[in-house]
Design a protein around this ligand. Sequence first.
Ligand SMILES: Cc1cc2nc3c(=O)[nH]c(=O)nc-3n(C[C@H](O)[C@H](O)[C@H](O)COP(=O)(O)OP(=O)(O)OC[C@H]3O[C@@H](n4cnc5c(N)ncnc54)[C@H](O)[C@@H]3O)c2cc1C
Length: 297
Amino acid sequence: MPKIKFKKNILLKNHTTFKIGGPAKYFLTAKTKEELIEAIEFASQKKLLFFILGGGSNVLVSDEGYDGLVIKVKSQRGPYGVSSRAAKVKNSEIYAEAGVKLDDLVKLTAKNNLTGLEWAAGIPGTIGGALYGNAAAFEGSMSDIVEEVECIEPPKIRIFKNKDCQLSYKDSIFKKNKNLIILSCTLQLKPGNKKEIKQKIKYFLDYREKNHPLKFPSAGSIFKNPRNISAGELIEKCGLKRKKKGGAMISEKHANFIVNLKEAQAKDVLSLINLIKKEVKKKFNVELEEEIQYLKT
Ligand SMILES: Cc1cc2nc3c(=O)[nH]c(=O)nc-3n(C[C@H](O)[C@H](O)[C@H](O)COP(=O)(O)OP(=O)(O)OC[C@H]3O[C@@H](n4cnc5c(N)ncnc54)[C@H](O)[C@@H]3O)c2cc1C
């Protein structure tokens, strides 16, 4: 019998930025690294099918949900954002547990006059999710600043130095090896000027506000950019902006975003994804590859 308390039949649409997804059979939130280790060890001992969810900002969950255990990694926050237990600053280094929000870390770095993470302002989700997909924007990426990553590969705890993480465009060793669960990381930043750091953050946030469809639920960019071509431009040139299926629509503001206009289902999004792939292949002979991760049983 579980010594850990699970919830049952939890709707995953309430845990994704797309606001899409059916129920998870079992669900629990790990608020600390220790709770995460306990949950992973439990799931692997019991041979339970499990999935790690961070902020749910890069996933499309099926309408049928997930017939296993979803472990949501979400660090506790303090009154001023990230708690001092979950993230610590030492000189130019920042330690953070996997469930710390990336945006909270951006604020923490600015507070401590550290530069190197401004590009991440406005990216939703956790630092664990950001490492998994080597999150990147504008001039920066996780690969530029990761010192080391602490993982559990049940039952072993392992430390990966930057070069061992195999971070490349939207890829990492954590994506290739699903047995590796990220517990925490250390980032190496540089001393900077608070005013300049804040100006950069504001610039990136303003850019997102202007160019991304932030008013509607989405999972960010659906596709990777193939060989430095903008996937959004290819989709736009196929005349697919504003194309709708059910409650889902290819965004008018940015064609690589599919937005949930109203109660969209995963099947609506999938239908648009297939349409985009077909049209882009036909017009440009380019095979688009999803950046988003799928969660289905
Ligand atoms: C409006 C918007 C804008 C965005 N802009 C950007 C952008 O500019 N650049 C960019 O790179 N991305 C962007 N994204 C996508 C997304 O925010 C990032 O990929 C983010 O880093 C995902 O983190 P998450 O915690 O939400 O991961 P989730 O969506 O919860 O999970 C994504 C994957 O990571 C795995 N994972 C999560 N945590 C762990 C862990 N601790 N250990 C092992 N695996 C784990 C999950 O199993 C899943 O496969 C955007 C998304 C939105 C909605």
